[in-house]
Design a protein around this ligand. Structure first.
Ligand SMILES: [Zn+2]
Length: 284
């Protein structure tokens, strides 16, 4: 069952119980509501909709995708009357890769049988866009780095930021860029924040914002250093494998146990990017 939390009046988060502690959110207006990200598994998405429609008696009018990845956008289709909003590059990427990865997922998991890829109807590129929901202003903030299309949603009156995956317990850079991620995190640091809803994991409170950003940036620094060191080894793949997530100061139980996998993906990806080849393993 999804875990629901109220972070401010009429502002909620919903955390997946089945996939990597991914978060969605909702802002509830007088007559209608906005959903921020959708989770991936239909049952969980439908539980969010049921809460908003049945318990709070509001229709979902807008769904915002912070980026195009499956765990944030595959639930779009379960809000059939809503307008979907995302970065123009979110629409491009979902258009390019969404159907392919859905078909791949369907080969092993028929839970997605009724899922359809719904592309954003409204897109933003640069400049300022605000969505007014009764007495709340949702301001869109470009936050690339985890992916090129990343946006955050800042609830101005409550100083709550839905950051998307640019902010996770362990940075994930495989589809992004560490430098751009650092810039986005520094940009968040300059904002006035009461709570940050990370793309995955626990809500960050005001007093933890600075240290949490420094922690993410320290991790990025460290994986870059490790990749650089690995290049001097005969078997960089083995070298990277030994540099576990714990060595990089992170617990392996983060993200529902996906931490080490994500960490190793980061290392291998960075290596490939930097040296234009796969890291060499003993058995290959
Ligand atoms: Zn993502």
């Amino acid at each position: 069952m999804i875990h629901r939390e109220r972070v401010a009046d009429d502002v909620y988060t919903f955390q997946s119980d089945v996939y990597a502690q991914v978060n969605a959110g909702a802002v509830i207006g007088q007559d209608w509501a906005v959903v921020i990200d959708t989770l991936a598994f239909p049952d969980e998405t439908l539980a969010i909709r049921e809460f908003i429609e049945e318990e709070l008696k509001r229709k979902v009018r807008y769904v915002i995708n912070t980026h195009y990845h499956a765990d944030h956008s595959w639930g779009n289709c379960y809000f059939p009357g809503a307008y979907v909003l995302g970065h123009a590059l979110c629409r491009d990427n979902l258009d390019k890769y969404g159907q392919k990865s859905l078909s791949r997922a369907l080969e092993t998991d028929n839970v997605f049988q009724k899922t359809q890829i719904v592309l954003p109807h409204l897109t933003l590129d640069s400049g300022v866009l605000e969505l007014i929901v009764s007495d709340k202003t949702l301001r869109f903030v470009e936050l690339p780095g985890h992916s090129i299309d990343g946006i955050g949603v800042y609830v101005v009156e409550d100083e709550v930021l839905f950051a998307g995956d640019v902010w996770m317990p362990i940075p994930h850079t495989v589809d992004g860029d560490p430098d751009i991620m650092r810039q986005s995190l520094r940009k968040i640091e300059s904002m006035t924040i009461e709570n940050v809803v990370q793309g995955h994991g626990e809500v960050i409170l005001r007093g933890e914002v600075g240290s949490s950003i420094n922690d993410r940036i320290a991790y990025l620094d460290m994986i870059e250093k490790i990749v650089e060191e690995s290049s001097h080894d005969d078997f960089p793949g083995e070298f990277l494998k030994e540099k576990t997530v714990e060595i990089c100061g992170k617990s392996r139980i983060l993200l529902g146990g996906a931490a080490e996998e994500i960490h190793q993906q980061n290392l291998r990806h960075l290596y490939r990017e930097k040296y234009n080849e796969d890291p060499n393993y003993l058995d290959s």
